[in-house]
Unconditional design. Structure first.
Length: 335
């Protein structure tokens, strides 16, 4: 076991006396100490990101064989995270990035806007216990998952099915947050035999009420998403402001206890680097207007949770899901 100041991180060593996970963490820790020690300099930030990408690439090419499938390498100093256990599957339905963690009942994790497979793993930490086998994907346009020419919610669901086939997983609990809700509902509809349960957390289920009018908060978020440095500044030094734009009112953030504030910061940290997720965010909105999400074939028990004051995903989405999915249970929270 090896720990570091400020954060306790425990890494499982592979069957080797030299642990590449520890080596990479040491390298990242050293680089961040050098480049961020004097403050949030943009030049230093960009230099640090370049060095970290080199370190990550070098580890994947040279040492991946020494790392067990479920080993994850996390360096979350100053809002950065690196995962080595990610894979990229190429199928006739397209390419999809994913990671598998844990053992037990399979759970398919579908992240929200600004996410990726890493955000899905964070969701599992916050909302679920450790007794599951988590299969976390990067949806179209996020991280290393490309956007195909025929991108649609239905085709995205087909890609999840192809991934499960490749992993020899016959049935899953589907857990989706935010913008991951649309393809989760479609998957449960198109593949009822593969869906044992559906859990929708503050999840999108239709085009935004109000048509094409984009909320000002979304416009600001989209601007921030186009610069890793801008996002880092907001997430590190203006947490309450960016969380407010993401749907967490400032008065709610102020009422958080230390543990809740830590979870909120982790949510912001795991979305770095943001520019590798921006195309996916824009594609999510585009796909919602291409086709209606199907629900008539859903047979699995469905749990829907949403907050009435969610400023990013209106709780009308939860009402819509509940109205259309017959065997669903709706839990509306005040905040």
């Amino acid at each position: 076991m090896k720990t570091y100041p400020g954060k306790e991180r425990i890494f499982k060593s592979p069957t080797s006396s030299w642990d590449p996970a520890i080596h990479l963490y040491d390298k990242v820790y050293e680089l961040l100490a050098i480049h961020f020690g004097v403050g949030p300099s943009k030049k230093a930030y960009e230099k640090c990101m370049l060095e970290i990408r080199k370190a990550e690439k070098g580890l994947e090419i040279s040492f991946l064989g020494l790392v067990r499938d479920n080993t994850e390498v996390i360096a979350d100093m100053h809002s950065l995270a690196l995962f080595v256990a990610r894979r990229l599957l190429k199928t006739p339905d397209g390419e999809i990035e994913y990671a598998v963690k844990g053992e037990g009942t399979p759970v398919l994790l579908l992240h929200g806007a600004g996410g990726g497979f890493d955000q899905g793993l964070w969701m599992s930490k916050v909302f679920l216990e450790d007794k599951y086998k988590f299969i976390s994907v990067s949806r179209y346009g996020y991280l290393r998952s490309p956007i195909p020419d025929n991108a649609s919610i239905k085709n995205q669901a087909a890609l999840y099915s192809a991934l499960l086939n490749d992993l020899n997983v016959t049935k899953v609990i589907v857990v989706a947050g935010s913008a991951g809700g649309a393809s989760a509902i479609q998957f449960a509809n198109d593949y009822p035999e593969k869906t044992s349960a559906l859990i929708l957390l503050f999840a999108v289920s239709m085009p935004e009420p109000g048509g094409d009018v984009e909320p000002i908060s979304s416009k600001i978020i989209h601007l921030i998403q186009q610069s890793d440095y801008s996002y880092w500044i907001f997430s590190e030094f203006m947490q309450s402001s960016i969380l407010n734009l993401m749907g967490v009112p400032e008065e709610v953030f102020k009422s958080f206890d230390p543990e809740q504030k830590q979870f909120a910061q982790e949510m912001l940290d795991v979305m770095h680097p943001m520019t590798k997720r921006y195309k996916g965010t824009m594609n999510d909105a585009k796909m919602l207007y291409l086709e209606e999400i199907s629900t008539e074939n859903i047979t699995s028990p469905t749990l829907i949770m949403h907050s009435k004051d969610d400023a990013l995903v209106n709780y009308a989405h939860a009402i819509n899901s509940h109205d259309k999915i017959k065997q669903s249970k709706l839990i509306l929270l005040e905040t």
